[in-house]
Structure formats: structure tokens, C-alpha cells
Design a protein around this ligand. Structure first.
Ligand code: HEC
Ligand code: HEC
Ligand code: HEC
Ligand code: HEC
Length: 106
């Protein structure tokens, strides 16, 4: 199982890097959020190893999450979309911060 997981990571990394060249020439190195509760630093480049593009950009459109997850009825708001994506994956992967203060630094 562990072997399979490693293999999957390796495969998705290769395809991720290939896609980056084609689709993501404007992919950011790092994104910094500054909500009142505390600054969150998201290292985009480092996270390319965590899943393929679509695992986060689930619609296949490389635009800001809040362009859809704003305040549209029937679609999770930005906070829930970010928490849903970030925290759920960290819990599942048993890696990455899950505590408020591990992500939101004052
Ligand atoms: C672990 C999750 C994750 C993975 C994997 C990922 N991204 Fe992202 N990406 C994000 C987040 C989060 C943002 C910031 C979006 C925001 O703040 O609205 C972002 C931003 C971007 C942006 C800028 C969008 C904009 O206009 O604001 C591009 C382009 C992009 N990613 C392309 C890619 C490509 C291409 C891949 C695959 C090689 C990829 N991303 C993999 C999470 C991810
Ligand atoms: C083109 C529009 C669009 C973009 C861009 C988009 N989403 Fe979504 N997202 C949706 C729709 C539609 C749904 C399904 C409705 C829902 O569950 O909120 C959804 C669902 C989700 C869910 C599940 C929400 C839940 O409560 O079950 C998460 C998490 C999520 N998106 C995170 C993200 C993240 C993170 C980004 C940016 C990297 C992003 N989305 C970009 C349209 C979009
Ligand atoms: C698809 C899974 C996945 C998603 C989605 C994801 N992460 Fe992570 N994250 C990881 C993994 C795996 C690690 C640990 C591996 C590493 O440090 O490279 C990590 C590590 C981190 C770290 C610690 C980095 C360090 O240098 O110690 C931070 C901070 C972080 N993530 C923030 C975020 C934020 C903010 C989001 C949402 C915008 C997010 N992550 C979404 C998988 C994910
Ligand atoms: C994995 C990283 C991560 C963890 C853990 C996390 N958050 Fe967040 N949180 C974010 C990101 C990314 C945003 C989106 C910030 C933005 O859009 O400016 C956010 C947004 C928020 C917002 C909305 C801010 C605003 O102005 O709209 C609040 C409030 C918040 N988080 C509180 C919490 C609390 C409370 C916890 C602990 C239960 C927590 N967060 C855990 C990453 C995280």
C-alpha cells in the first residue's frame, strides 16, 4: 500500500510538472492571505508534490478560488472552500498544519 502511494505521488508529480508548463505559466510560487485572524502562507510550488492540479483546482480552471467561492448561493463561501481543501487534505495525508494557529500566524 505504501509502495502504491509512493508510486501514485511520483506519477502525479511528473504529470503535474508537465501541466505546469502548459497550463500554469502564471502559477504562483507562493500565496499569502492576510485575514484578520492571522496570516496564512501557502507555498504553491511545494504543494505540487501533494496532488495533481485538479485535486485542488477541481474545475480545471486556474483562476482564484473566490471567483466562484465568493458569496454565490449554493456554493461554499471562500472560508469553507479553503478550509475544506487545506484542512481536509492535511488530515487525510496526516501531514501539514490542522490547528488554527499553525496556519493563521499573527
Ligand atoms: C495543493 C493544492 C494545489 C495544487 C496541487 C495546485 N494548486 Fe494552483 N493554486 C492553489 C491555491 C490555493 C491557489 C490560490 C488561489 C486563490 O487564492 O484563490 C492556486 C493558484 C493558482 C494559480 C493562480 C490563479 C489566480 O489567477 O489567482 C494558477 C495559474 C495555478 N494555481 C495553477 C496550478 C497548476 C497548473 C497546478 C498543477 C501543476 C496547480 N495549480 C496545483 C492550490 C493548488
Ligand atoms: C469555476 C468555479 C470554481 C472554482 C474556480 C473553484 N471552485 Fe470549488 N466548487 C465549485 C462548485 C460549483 C462546487 C460545488 C458546490 C459546493 O459544494 O460548494 C465547489 C466545491 C468545492 C469544495 C467542496 C465544498 C463542500 O462544502 O463540500 C471545496 C473544498 C472547494 N470547492 C474548494 C475550492 C478551492 C480550494 C478552489 C481554488 C483552488 C476552488 N474550489 C475553485 C466551483 C469552483
Ligand atoms: C492535496 C493535499 C493538500 C492540500 C489541498 C493542501 N495541503 Fe498543505 N500540505 C500538504 C502536505 C502533504 C504537506 C506536508 C508536506 C510538505 O511539507 O511538503 C503540507 C504542508 C503545509 C504547510 C507546512 C509547510 C512547511 O513548510 O512546513 C502549510 C503552511 C500548508 N500546507 C498550508 C496549506 C494551505 C493554506 C492550504 C490551502 C490553501 C493547503 N496547505 C492545502 C498537503 C496539502
Ligand atoms: C491549513 C491552513 C488553515 C487552518 C488549519 C485554518 N485555516 Fe482558517 N483560513 C485558511 C485560509 C487559506 C483562509 C482564506 C483566507 C482568505 O481568503 O483571505 C482561511 C480563512 C479563515 C477565516 C475567514 C477570514 C475572513 O476574513 O474571511 C477565519 C475566520 C478562519 N480562517 C478561522 C480559522 C479557525 C478558527 C481555524 C481553526 C479551527 C482555522 N481557521 C484553521 C487556512 C487555514
Amino acid at each position: 500500500m505504501k509502495k502504491l502511494f509512493t508510486l501514485l505521488i511520483a506519477v502525479s508529480l511528473v504529470s503535474a510538472v508537465a501541466t505546469l508548463v502548459i497550463a500554469g505559466s502564471n502559477a504562483p510560487e507562493e500565496v499569502i492571505y492576510t485575514p484578520k485572524i492571522g496570516t496564512v502562507t501557502f507555498n504553491h510550488t511545494q504543494h505540487l508534490a501533494a496532488g495533481d492540479c485538479a485535486s485542488c483546482h477541481h474545475t480545471g480552471e486556474y483562476v482564484s478560488c473566490s471567483s466562484c467561492h465568493g458569496n454565490q448561493p449554493g456554493i461554499a463561501n471562500a472560508k469553507d472552500a479553503f478550509h475544506g481543501s487545506c484542512i481536509d487534505c492535511h488530515k487525510e495525508a496526516k501531514q501539514g498544519p490542522t490547528g488554527c494557529r499553525d496556519c493563521h500566524v499573527k
